[in-house]
Design a protein around this ligand. Structure first.
Ligand SMILES: [Zn+2]
Length: 258
C-alpha cells in the first residue's frame, strides 16, 4: 500500500536510502554524465561525480538486491517487485568509460551511453562553446570496448542541439541521422534516444518516434510506471553529496548576511 503523502525527495540522487521507497513504486533510471576528477574552472560542477562515489552507489544498489535493466528492456509491466534500475550516461565521455567499467563489472550491472555521433573521438563542443572545460568524448575503439563489455549505446542527436529551438526539419535530421550513423558505424540496432538538455516537446517527440526509436529519456525526475510514455522516460540525476557542514555553514552565512 502506498502512503497518502510521499515525503519530498532530495533533488539529486547520492545514496539509496531517501529514494528506496519511491524506487519501489516503479522503474527508476539514474543519469550520469562525467566521472572522475573535476578539472579546475568547471562551470557545471554537478555534472562530475567522483570515482569512489560512483563505485559506492553501484555497490549499494547491488547489496540492496537491485538488478539493472536497459531502457530497451523497459516495459510498463516492470513493477516494484523486480527491483531493477537503469544506469544511463549522457554524452559518451571518455572519463565516464574510464571510471565506470570496473564498478559496473564488479556489480554485474549493464549501462547505456547516449552518444553524439557527430563528435565521436572529439570533444564536448556544445559545452566548450558555452565556456565549459574541455573533455574528450569516446572514440570508436573505446565505444567498441564499451559494447564488448556487455553495455549498450543509444543516440543523443548528431551535434547536441536544443531540439525545440531549431527548425523541425533540422531536428528531424539530427534525430534520424544519429540513429543511422551509430548503426552504420557499430553494427548494433539503435532504438534508445535521449533528448539533449532534456529539451523536448510533442513535435520533437513525434520526430523521435518517426525515426524508429522505442524509448527516449528526459531529464524530468521520477520513477517510470504503467502510464509513463516510453518516449518520455523520467530519470534521477546522480550527483555528489553536497550537504556537508561547510556547505551548510556557507548557506547559513549567505542567508544571514544583511
Ligand atoms: Zn547531453
Amino acid at each position: 500500500m502506498q502512503p497518502l503523502t510521499t515525503p519530498k525527495l532530495p533533488q539529486y540522487y547520492t545514496r539509496l536510502a531517501p529514494f528506496a521507497g519511491e524506487f519501489a513504486t516503479g522503474s527508476p533510471i539514474l543519469t550520469y554524465h562525467k566521472l572522475g576528477p573535476r578539472p579546475l574552472r568547471v562551470r557545471l560542477k554537478g555534472l562530475y561525480l567522483g570515482e569512489a562515489l560512483f563505485r559506492r552507489q553501484m555497490h549499494e544498489l547491488k547489496e540492496a538486491g537491485y538488478r539493472s535493466f536497459l531502457p530497451s528492456e523497459w516495459s510498463k509491466d516492470l513493477t516494484n517487485s523486480s527491483q531493477s534500475i537503469a544506469i544511463t550516461f549522457d554524452d559518451g565521455l571518455e572519463n565516464a568509460l574510464k571510471y565506470s567499467v570496473e564498478p559496473l563489472r564488479e556489480t554485474g550491472f549493464r549501462a547505456i551511453q547516449f552518444l553524439v555521433p557527430g563528435l565521436i573521438g572529439k570533444e564536448n563542443a556544445w559545452e566548450i562553446a558555452e565556456g565549459e572545460a574541455r573533455e574528450r568524448l569516446m572514440d570508436a575503439p573505446q565505444i567498441r570496448d564499451w559494447i564488448a563489455a556487455g553495455h549498450a549505446i543509444g543516440a543523443h542527436t548528431c551535434t547536441h542541439p536544443h531540439l525545440t529551438r531549431i527548425p523541425l526539419a533540422e531536428a528531424r535530421k539530427e534525430i534520424l541521422a544519429s540513429r543511422l550513423r551509430l548503426e552504420d558505424q557499430f553494427g548494433v540496432p539503435i532504438r534508445d534516444f535521449c533528448y539533449p538538455y532534456g529539451d523536448w516537446n510533442p513535435d520533437v517527440r513525434s520526430l523521435v518516434e518517426e525515426a524508429g526509436f522505442t524509448t527516449a529519456c528526459t531529464t524530468e525526475s521520477g520513477v517510470n510506471r504503467q502510464g509513463t510514455d516510453s518516449l518520455a522516460l523520467k530519470r534521477f540525476t546522480a550527483r555528489y553529496a553536497s550537504r556537508n557542514w561547510r556547505n551548510v555553514l556557507t548557506g547559513l552565512q549567505r542567508l544571514l548576511r544583511p
